[in-house]
Write a protein that binds this ligand. Sequence first.
Ligand code: DGJ
Length: 736
Amino acid sequence: MNITYNERNRVFKLDTAHTSYCIGIVDEENFVGHIYYGRKLADDDLAYLMRTQEPPFVPSKNNRDRTSFWDAFPTEYTGNDIGDYREGALTVRTEGGHTAVCLSYLSHRIYRGKEKLEGLPATFGNEEECMTLELTLEDKLLGLQVLLSYSIFADNDAVARSVRIINNGEGSIYLTKALSACIDMDNEDYEMITLHGSWARERAVQTRTIMKGKQGVSSTRGESSHQEHPFMAWKKRSTTEESGDIYAMNFVYSGNFLAQIEENQFGSIRAMMGIHPYNFCWKLEPGDSFQAPEVICVYSSEGIGGMSRCFHDLYRGHLIRGEYRDKKRPILINNWEATYFDFDTDKLLSIARQASALGIEMLVMDDGWFGCRNDDNTSLGDWKVNENKLKGGLKHLVDEVNKLGMKFGIWFEPEMISPDSDLYRAHPDWAIAVPGRTGSLARNQYVLDLTRKEVRDHVYEMVASVLRSANIEYVKWDMNRQLSDLGSYGLPADRQGELYHRQVLAVYELQERLTSEFPHLLLENCSGGGARFDAGMLYYSPQIWCSDDTDAIERLSIQSGTAMVYPLSVMGAHVSDCPNHAIGRVTPFKTRGYVALAGTFGYELDVTKIPQEDRDMIPEQIAMYHKYNDLIRRGDYYRIANYADNGLYDCYVVAAKDKSEALVTYVQVLNRPNYHSRRIHIPGLDPDRTYVIENADEWPEIRQTEYKGDTLHYAGINIPPLWGDFQGRLMHLTSK
Ligand code: DGJ
């Protein structure tokens, strides 16, 4: 890792182990251009790539065509309204009502380490682990300074970018758009990969050809959303899972976002990511600054899989915090799909007794334990234990669960308020609302206006006092509706456009407070399933509930799409009952276990009611979790085949970093008559080592039990047809 500045050719070069990122300063006016991002290069004399020696040239040579210069120049971070046809990254409104921003280089700073982003989640690393380039750009007329930060890592190829905007002028400036990253490059036959979905169908992979004009994904829901995801990649058409060029951006943020690629008239693309400008208007008084969140940029020459593994390693090493980051998580049983709202102390204890006898380590009490919450119409905000359900109180229940040798966890939805709650009756103005308009309900609830300190403090105290009252070791922090009807009684008219972002900052502040007061707490974020499964949340919680769809087959696609960016160690995944509650499908209990193993692993069923043969399988599944979880949490993930693509089967492998072992998960979704065995190629192994199929007894059809790594990868092995649909098998390979 190194960052250099060559004063002769005015080029900054950021080198990671396998990539280079180059930025140049050009012309007398010090315009800042993007030169190169890709495979590592030794040379830094690359300014020719900006094409400033060809028409329309630079303004000092051809000022009559300055707008043509802006149309073509690969700008590193773009202003607005100065002639570039393409969309800019930063737009403002001045007191005079003007919108133009023109940025040029002022100064720079190169330093070891990485500074924190005030109030925001961000990757981290010390002086040995990171280096940062901070480029200061300015618009002299506006008195605006724009600080672009680029951090690189010794052990990872990602570049972490963020932007800080300072108003050094004399009047107020309104930021109407402040994106976090922007990259201009030639379109070399790129396709765009994005993730889309809905409730129970999160993060399906979508690939499209990049066309002229704008294309992208976004959210204006106040959270990352079920529908689209704050991630995009662009890859050469020829790039595969295992090889070829791919670029990606992922937003370390949990609110509205824009991820967009625009192809211009000359066949160049501009990729941009940041807070969505929709309803965004941030007032900067003189001297104020605005910190835009971080975007992680990745380039890999090792295909889609190489990109995924780069994100996984970065997030495991430099984003997730807390004592559970590198630890096996307790196997939990959650009562949501077991009981929904219909439970009491006796019911929970009967589940806990049976669960602990089988080896399950934690009981999680989900929604319905507080206020009068017997369905989802009421009581959010009234975080007082319902003693009609929990007879003897919460502490009694927790103590009884602890006596069984189990930990105890609890569910909250702190950001919400039910109109039918004591809290709403006392403080109707605490809900986000437009004065005089009845806001749209979702799940019969409103969103609390956490931008107000008194609301934040109240919510925090309610949650914290429950946690202080008993030995609670896990919290599931849920969020079940998007924001709408934006209005805050706490903000003046000219700051209402700050509400979306301030709300996200408030959630971050609350979770920071919580994890500081309860450092041993295991926090799992959740949002109606996986609507806030994003890198921002990972800074506060080492795991996130992936989806409310717990069907093993649906989960194959959801988890594979999620693993495009996020490591398996963070994916909340449970074995649930059948017919599955989201889809009605019946799958073998064994297969459900195999699929949940590729996540945090747990159960979400009434263990006292499931068939005896399923119950009998739980100790075996638990033993598998203990045997394989270190490998799954820490290893390198390789997709082999996606059920979402082929409609027939799914296969992936997790290989140990030292190549000593690997676990292949194979799920045959559909059996078809009269086909020969299926060839599977297993990447991620050491080509020269010999691997033994350690669980050969489970693969009686494969006679030979030892293969070289290169044979397993390049020649592959034959997986026999399995009898019936939805059948799964694991193959554990250990090197000799
Ligand atoms: C949505 C979550 O995703 C579920 O797991 C469950 O906690 C419910 N909310 C409870 O209301």
